[in-house]
Design a protein. Structure first.
Length: 377
């Protein structure tokens, strides 16, 4: 018996059925016993990141049905054929959800006693009231940092740091970032200022440009402005950026960035019919724009577009560097790596039609956080 720890607790599950539907529901599961060097974390906050939303509800919840009860809701959507094929390996496997979160250590296994009562951040299966974690997977938050403040301590902070490491590894002088008013984009502005990395932030509304300027961004280009392409060329000239991280992954933005980089490179160098020899790299690291990517190939031949994901990046970083990165994130969780949330949802509340349509907008300043200890929907 562990005082204050229930025998069973709720977690959010996602199930792909053989009939081609995706079903979201709450499961009541036993709270497991702890092994050596393990802790039991009472999860208090877990963000709904864009990547969680892809797994949770795909890209389209139009036509979803809402059944069950207020405290045990069930959401069912019919998957598009292409999504069914992509998720074939998941058919019949009920998966826990939530890429990251934070909470209090309420019980410890042998060797983990020093963490009892500490607030920690952790990754994976966090849309749950309780979660077992290895000590090595816990980031102990500094005194005074709350679970809500530490809930997004992994995905976005390590990605922002990963972008800067990638820039240095690949020898680029400056960086272009799209959908840049995001939580991650705001972190990147602060990080690049601290680390002296020239950054061009691309947003799609004037108020987003204002927001980024208010936290110190020097080069912000608004894709809704008539002058966007000229502004982009001017900003790339000033920053010498030859690397871009694109969170949209669709439409013309990547092509426009490569074009602007090529204009800058050809203006600076000797003319060649094949374009400049300056290598331009775009990494697509998100899928905010589900439309096809359109490339208008007027940017020579020295370019690449590839994918970028946090986990393979982390696998490429040595243990010592990873420890340093995690330490920096913990120390700067309320400054450089601060996240903001517009609303809190219980596990059941996260499965209502209103909540889903609010967080599926993925709009600036409207990220939600699940607070699994909150009982009411
Ligand atoms: N590859 C990786 O390993 C990795 C790791 C971490 C994060 N990410 C990606 O990083 C991105 C930002 O994450 P976040 O948590 O910081 O997001 P967030 O705070 O929820 O913000 C989302 C932002 O995206 C913008 N947006 C949404 N749809 C858009 C579209 N179609 N075109 C342009 N902008 C759009 C929103 O602006 P509006 O208000 O104008 O809609 C908002 O500023 C996401 O794409 C996420 O998947 C990837």
């Amino acid at each position: 018996m562990r005082p204050d720890v229930p025998e069973k607790a709720l977690e959010l599950r996602s199930l792909v059925t053989a009939a081609g539907t995706l079903e979201l529901s709450l499961a009541e599961v036993p709270v497991p016993a702890l092994g050596e060097n393990q802790v039991l974390v009472r999860i208090e906050a877990a963000p709904l990141n864009p990547s969680d939303l892809m797994l949770l509800a795909g890209t389209d919840i139009t036509g979803a049905t809402f059944t069950g009860t207020a405290d045990r809701p069930v959401v069912t959507t019919t998957l598009a054929e292409a999504t069914r094929q992509r998720l074939a390996a998941r058919v019949g496997v009920s998966l826990p959800m939530g890429s990251e979160g934070a909470g209090t250590v309420v019980a410890t296994g042998a060797g983990a006693e020093s963490l009892l009562g500490r607030t920690v951040a952790l990754a994976g299966a966090t849309y749950a009231q309780y979660r077992v974690a290895d000590v090595s997977g816990c980031l102990v938050l500094p005194d005074g940092v709350t679970a809500r403040q530490g809930a997004s301590a992994f995905v976005n902070p390590l990605t922002a740091l990963g972008m800067v490491v990638t820039l240095r590894r690949e020898g680029h002088a400056g960086l272009v970032h799209t959908a840049a008013a995001s939580n991650l984009g705001q972190m990147l502005v602060k990080l690049c200022l601290e680390d002296d990395v020239p950054l061009v932030s691309i947003v799609r509304r004037p108020e987003q440009a204002e927001l980024l300027r208010s936290i110190g961004a020097e080069f912000v280009c608004d894709s809704s402005a008539d002058t966007f392409l000229d502004d982009l060329v001017a900003a790339i000239t000033a920053t010498s950026a030859t690397l871009a991280f694109d969170a949209t992954g669709g439409g013309e933005l990547a092509s426009q960035v490569l074009t602007a980089m090529e204009v800058v490179a050809t203006t600076a160098g000797a003319f060649s019919a094949y374009g400049s020899s300056v290598h331009k790299q775009v990494y697509v690291y998100g899928g905010l724009d589900p439309s096809p990517m359109v490339l208008t190939r007027n940017f020579g031949f020295a370019w690449s577009i590839g994918g970028w994901l946090l986990l393979p990046f982390l696998a490429s970083v040595g243990a010592e560097d990873l420890t340093k990165m995690r330490g920096r994130v913990a120390a700067e969780l309320t400054t450089t790596f601060a996240s903001s949330y517009s609303g809190e949802l219980s596990l059941a509340g996260a499965l209502t039609a209103d909540a889903i349509s609010a967080y599926m907008r993925r709009a600036t300043g409207e990220k939600h956080v699940i607070t699994p200890q909150k009982e009411e929907a």
